[in-house]
Design a protein. Structure first.
Length: 399
C-alpha cells in the first residue's frame, strides 16, 4: 500500500514542481533584471522556513539515504519523520519557484524512505533499515519513471552500506511505485525518445566516450572539492556561512540571478527542459552551458535551500558532451549529450551502474549501451583515483 502511496506522491511532486517552474518562467519574463532582487529574497525566505520550522528538510535527501546503514534509531527518526515529506515538497517547490538550479529526485528518495519508516516503526532497527531502502529506491524509480534504475540504485548505493539482504519483496515495492507512476503519467521516457537513427555509431565513438569520461571525471572531482570548500570543511568560510545564513542566502541568490540573466535563462531550474530539447534535436546548447549550470548549481545549494544534484548532473553532463563535441567531432551531437550525461552522473555519484541504467531508461537509447558503459566507467575510475565523491563528503557531515 505504501509503495502505491510513494508513486502517487511522486506524481504529485512532479506536477507541483513543474507548475512552480512554469510560474518562475512567467515571472522571469515580467521581472527582467529585477530577478536580482527576487531570487535572493526568495532564497532568504526559504532558508528562514528551513531554520525556523523544517530543519529535517536540509540537504538533498540522497546523503541521508545512503547513510541509512550507519544511522542509529534517533537519526532515522529525525531524517525520516513523516513531517519530512511535507517539508521537502514545500521547500523544493519554493526553491524551483525561485529559479534555483536544484533537483527534486533526492527529495523523492527521502520521501519514499520516510513513508516506509512509518510502516516499519514497530520493527527492529535492522528490518526498519531494509524498509527504508525499499522506500528510497521506490522514490527514485518513480521520480524518473525508471523501475530498473531504482533496483540498481538500491543494490549499488544502498545495500553496500548496510549489509542488508535484497529480495523479491524489495523489488516488488519498487515495481509497484513505478507502475503507479506509469499508470498516471503514461509510459513516458523522462527525456523523450531519441531518434534511433542518431544512435548508430562506429568504433571511433569509443574514443569520444573515453575523452568525455575523462573530462566529466575531472569536472566532477573539481565540483565536489569546491562544494566541500564552501559547505563542508571546518574553515572560516564555512563558519561564517553557518553563523550568517541569511546574508549567505542573499549573496548566493544574487549570483544565481546574475548567472541566469547572463545565460539568458539557461542556468535557471534543474535543466530538464533544455536537456529534453537538446536530446530531441530541437536546440543546440552553447559551449558555455556547462559553466553556467555548474556555477548556478553550486550557489543554489550553497545558499542553504534544500535540493540536490542528481537531475542537475544530467544537465551538466549534457553541457560537457556539447563542449567536447566542439573540439572532437566524431558522431552526432545527441550521442555526445548522452555520453556526457552518463559520465558526469557516474563520476559525481560514484555509481556507474545506476548512471548507465538511468540514462538508458530516461532517454530510451538501448542501442547506444556500450559507448555509455565506456564513458561511465572512464569517468568513475578517474574520479575514484582522485579522492572521495560529493556524497561521501556530505555523509561525513551527517555524523
Amino acid at each position: 500500500m505504501l509503495a502505491i502511496l510513494i508513486g502517487l506522491i511522486s506524481v504529485f511532486f512532479v506536477k507541483v514542481v513543474e507548475l512552480a517552474f512554469n510560474g518562475f518562467l512567467h515571472l522571469e519574463a515580467i521581472l527582467g533584471w529585477w530577478l536580482i532582487a527576487y531570487v535572493p529574497l526568495m532564497m532568504i525566505f526559504i532558508v528562514f522556513l528551513l531554520k525556523k520550522y523544517f530543519p529535517e528538510a536540509e540537504g538533498s535527501g540522497l546523503p541521508q539515504v545512503i547513510a541509512i546503514g550507519q544511522m542509529d534509531d534517533s537519526s532515522i527518526q529525525y531524517y525520516f519523520k513523516i513531517k519530512a515529506i511535507f517539508s521537502k515538497i514545500l521547500l523544493i517547490t519554493l526553491g524551483t519557484l525561485s529559479g534555483g538550479t536544484l533537483g527534486r529526485e533526492g527529495a523523492t528518495v527521502q520521501i519514499g524512505a520516510s513513508l516506509m519508516n512509518q510502516l516499519g516503526r514497530n520493527l527492529s532497527l535492522q528490518r526498519r533499515k531494509t524498509m527504508l531502502i525499499v522506500g528510497a529506491a521506490s522514490g527514485l524509480a518513480s521520480a524518473f519513471n525508471t523501475p530498473l534504475g531504482g533496483i540498481v540504485f538500491a543494490l549499488e548505493e544502498l545495500i553496500k552500506t548496510s549489509r542488508l539482504k535484497f529480495s523479491l519483496f524489495k523489488m516488488m515495492g519498487i515495481a509497484i511505485s513505478g507502475v503507479v507512476s506509469i499508470s498516471i503519467l503514461s509510459n513516458y521516457s523522462y527525456f523523450g525518445r531519441v531518434d534511433r537513427n542518431l544512435m548508430f555509431y562506429n568504433n571511433k565513438i569509443f574514443i569520444a566516450a573515453v575523452v568525455i569520461g575523462v573530462v566529466a571525471g575531472l569536472i566532477s572531482v573539481g565540483f565536489a572539492r569546491v562544494v566541500r570548500f564552501f559547505m563542508l570543511d571546518k574553515s572560516p568560510l564555512v563558519s561564517w556561512r553557518k553563523n550568517n545564513p541569511y546574508k549567505n542566502a542573499l549573496y548566493c541568490g544574487v549570483i544565481v540571478a546574475v548567472v541566469g540573466l547572463l545565460s539568458h535563462g539557461l542556468s535557471f531550474g534543474n535543466g530538464y527542459h533544455e536537456s529534453r530539447m537538446a536530446l530531441n534535436n530541437e536546440i543546440e546548447l552553447p559551449s558555455s552551458y556547462v559553466f553556467y549550470k555548474l556555477v548556478s548549481a553550486l550557489f543554489t545549494t550553497n545558499s542553504g535551500i534544500p535540493g540536490g544534484y542528481f537531475a542537475t548532473s544530467l544537465a551538466i553532463g549534457n553541457g560537457i558532451g556539447g563542449l567536447v563535441h566542439d573540439f572532437f567531432v566524431v558522431g552526432n551531437l545527441q550521442q555526445y549529450y548522452l555520453l556526457g550525461m552518463v559520465a558526469f552522473l557516474a563520476a559525481l555519484t560514484r555509481a556507474p551502474a545506476t548512471a548507465i541504467v538511468m540514462v538508458l531508461q530516461v532517454s530510451a537509447t538501448q542501442v547506444f549501451t556500450l559507448p555509455l558503459i565506456v564513458a561511465a566507467l572512464s569517468a568513475t575510475l578517474l574520479a575514484n583515483a582522485c579522492g572521495k565523491g560529493i556524497y561521501e563528503y556530505q555523509i561525513e557531515k551527517l555524523k
